[in-house]
Design a protein around this ligand. Structure first.
Ligand code: IMP
Ligand code: MG
Length: 179
């Protein structure tokens, strides 16, 4: 049997994301030249809801969006050898200020791989925003610049996060427990 326990209600998520949006707008407001815009890159599928909310929280600001999709067959935080890009970015990121948006950092291997991969394309800057920083199994150090929520452990669903592709559309974040 599995049960879902509410961890972050919709209103709590909304206020955290609003605060992050304000911070991102301030930070990139200082960084971008007058003729530059921020490129926000969502990692599909998990980031789609956080990405939509975060970009709207950044608000009236020069930004473009793009998406990447990865597939990984990694085993328990051991290696990122099996990660492949199944949908690449459509924009050239050379010289651009890029903010990656991901649903959750767990072992960290996916983001570490993506950062290394995108860094080779020589962006002007590369930062990361995650809805959830889940710390217990982190296997590699990754810079998380903007974090909505930090948890120690547990399997979370909702707000883009899935369990076998289910629950992504739930508007709040729940922990799945088996008993
Ligand atoms: P990692 O950081 O390389 O372990 O990979 C992170 C990916 O694992 C995320 O993009 C999710 O697809 C998945 N993931 C890790 N923890 C959870 C969770 O608690 N709920 C749903 N997906 C998770
Ligand atoms: Mg994912």
């Amino acid at each position: 049997m599995s049960a879902k326990n509410l961890i972050y209600p919709t209103e709590v998520i909304a206020s955290r994301v609003a605060a992050l949006g304000t911070l991102i707008k301030e930070d990139y407001g200082k960084l971008l030249a007058a003729d530059e815009s921020l490129l926000v890159v969502g990692v599909l599928n998990g980031a789609f809801i956080f990405m939509a909310d975060l970009t709207r929280a950044i608000g009236d600001f020069p930004l473009e969006i793009d998406f990447v999709r990865l597939s990984s067959y990694q085993n328990d935080c051991v290696s990122s050898n099996e990660i492949i890009i199944t949908k690449d970015l459509e924009k050239n990121i050379k010289g651009r200020h890029v903010l990656i948006v991901e649903d959750i950092a767990d072992c960290g291997l996916t983001l570490a791989w993506l950062l290394e991969h995108l860094q080779k394309r020589e962006p002007a800057s590369l930062k990361v925003a995650v809805a959830v920083d889940k710390k217990a199994r982190r296997a590699t150090e990754i810079p998380l610049d903007y974090v909505a929520f930090s948890v120690e452990d547990g399997f979370l669903v909702g707000y883009g996060l899935d369990y076998a592709e289910n629950y992504r559309a739930l508007p709040a974040i729940y922990e799945i427990t088996t008993r």
